[in-house]
Write a protein that binds this ligand. Structure first.
Ligand SMILES: Nc1ncnc2c1ncn2[C@@H]1O[C@H](COP(=O)(O)OP(=O)(O)OP(=O)(O)O)[C@@H](O)[C@H]1O
Ligand SMILES: [Mg+2]
Length: 508
């Protein structure tokens, strides 16, 4: 048999005695794509950190062979020298440097020929063309959207003479258009003989791209199968160990009176020519799930930020909650009024990375445990933490573990837990299931229905149209800062939403 490009044998990795990988083996040939599927916390990122040398040789058991040679890397420099390049779940470009500087960062000393500025510019232009990015090499990273940054990361990898590219959830925050570009690039690389390990919770992408699908559950290797022989349902049942008969567990619930009325919401950045939110009015009823759809940049998130008092520009809106007119100028005021929001970008606005999972959960209600003399009622706090962890099934070794060590999906569940503890009347969820596996998504939907049955009202901003349609009672569609449509969920289709979300962009 032909020698595989990559052969990982029996990898075992533990963190302070807890096994994250329990003897996982995968192999991969030149120009092949293998997707790793598994629930949040199943060990996908950990396996790739072992492969790329983030976890060095000696910190795990098992063997890795690349092009027939055993790999004993002491860090990612060693694996990069072999042609193994990882693009992490959380992007790692330096925001204040230019695209070109980032592409050559840590790489310019790698070759004995030192490149002059002109050569670096022209090489960068070549690489950018390869990833179909039409921007100047001197653009600063902070001026780029997440999708464009993702493509710059790939350009950077191509500059390193990559033979095996590892993409850890590259599309979780991209627009559909950006996803198409990225998938096209992976296909092209495949054609050039570059292999790829692809991690994604989006099973349609997985099936479209891969030769092989390997499924991991709780650190155990369940199976590796040819993608051509699999359906999405096959993958799901291998991932969760049972059949999920329905993806959207809609439950009947009572919808009551109007509880929230927002009128003439407006938001703009100082000096900007166009408002991010332009005269939006809508209402929300008690026990209702209101979906908000629209393209990225349509103003959905900004509108929610106005309700939650955290928009970072000028904004105004008349907000009437349970008949009372409110001025919401801070998150504290919003929480006090009974409005909570789980933000879209959990790394920037959500978690405190080095703090324990438990304290991250109780962060918004700490004053509740503080007696007048300043001591914290630790018993009550720990009781609430354990309840919350159990209710949301947050997978963590202990509640003291720094939250940055949790898998992406479990961090998200912890943040949702935090806002539930504030006992909101209105819960705003901005992209609640981004980066979340199908099993955990199902649990989050169940939780949403349990909440509306208790009388909570939910606003859910989401780019995943099946989710918007599958979960919402009513759907608002935004386009360029304005409200463009309102639909009942009955009979609603993805086409109807898309037509509404892009109508003017097309005719313009
Ligand atoms: N540095 C660390 N310290 C302690 N535990 C860790 C560390 N890194 C990962 N873990 C644990 O190892 C397990 C596997 O995590 P990993 O990040 O590999 O999951 P994943 O499959 O990538 O999940 P997701 O889909 O959510 O990204 C989890 O239980 C996680 O909490
Ligand atoms: Mg991961």
């Amino acid at each position: 048999m032909k020698q595989p490009l990559l052969d990982m044998r029996n990898i075992v990795k533990s963190f302070s005695g807890v096994r994250a990988l329990n003897g996982v083996s995968i192999t991969l040939g030149d120009g092949e794509v293998l997707s790793l599927c598994g629930e949040n916390g199943s060990g996908k990122s950990t396996l790739m950190k072992v492969l790329s040398g983030v976890w060095p040789y000696g910190s795990y058991d098992g063997e890795i062979y690349f092009q027939g040679q055993q790999v004993k890397a002491s860090g990612i420099r060693d694996t990069e020298a072999l042609g193994i390049v990882i693009i992490h779940q959380e992007l790692a470009l330096v925001k204040e440097l230019s695209v070109m500087e980032n592409i050559f960062l840590g790489n310019e000393l790698g070759s004995c020929v030192s490149l002059n500025d002109e050569m670096m510019h022209s090489r960068t232009r070549e690489l950018l063309a390869q990833v179909k990015l039409n921007i100047s090499p001197d653009t600063l990273i902070r001026e780029l959207g997440v999708g464009q940054q993702q493509l710059v990361e790939i350009a950077k990898a191509l500059n390193k003479n990559v033979k095996l590219l590892i993409l850890d959830e590259p599309t979780s925050s991209l627009t559909n258009n950006e996803i198409d570009i990225l998938l096209g690039i992976v296909q092209e690389l495949k054609g050039q003989g570059i292999a790829c390990v692809y991690i994604s919770h989006k099973l349609d992408e997985v099936l479209a791209l891969s030769n092989w699908v390997a499924v991991i559950r709780d650190g155990n290797h369940i199976a590796t199968k040819a993608a051509a022989e699999l359906t999405q349902n096959d993958i799901i049942s291998m991932m969760v160990g049972r059949q999920l008969d329905e993806l959207f567990p809609r439950e009947n619930h009572q919808i009551g009176e109007t509880i929230l009325q927002v009128t003439h919401a407006k938001a703009s950045q100082p000096g900007a020519s166009r408002c991010q939110v332009e005269d939006v009015s809508f209402s929300l009823r008690k026990g209702e799930i209101l979906g908000v759809a629209g393209l990225i940049g349509s103003g959905r998130t900004e509108l929610m930020q106005c309700l939650y008092g955290c928009y970072d520009g000028d904004y105004q809106a008349t907000i009437e909650l349970s008949g009372q007119t409110l001025q919401i100028r801070s998150q504290r005021a919003a929480l006090k009024a009974g409005i909570a929001m789980v933000p879209e970008d959990r790394k920037r606005h959500g978690i405190v990375p080095i703090m324990g999972v438990g304290r991250n959960i109780t962060l918004s209600i700490l004053d509740r445990y503080t007696a007048w003399f300043g001591a914290i009622d630790e018993e009550q706090e720990s009781h609430d933490i354990h309840d919350a962890i159990a209710r949301l099934k947050v997978k963590t070794a202990t509640s003291e573990l720094a939250i940055k060590n949790l898998s992406g999906g479990n961090q998200q569940k912890a943040i949702i837990a935090r806002f539930l503890l504030t006992k909101p009347k209105i819960l705003i969820l901005d992209e609640p299931t981004r980066g979340i596996d199908v099993g955990a998504k199902y649990e989050i939907y169940k939780l949403m229905f349990a909440l509306v049955k208790e009388g909570v009202s939910i606003i859910m901003v989401s780019s995943e149209l099946p989710e918007v349609i599958g979960i919402s009672d009513r759907v608002l569609v935004m386009h360029e800062g304005r409200l463009k449509g309102e639909f009942d969920h009955q009979g609603l289709t993805q086409e109807k939403i898309m037509n509404c979300a892009i109508k003017e962009a097309e005719s313009a």
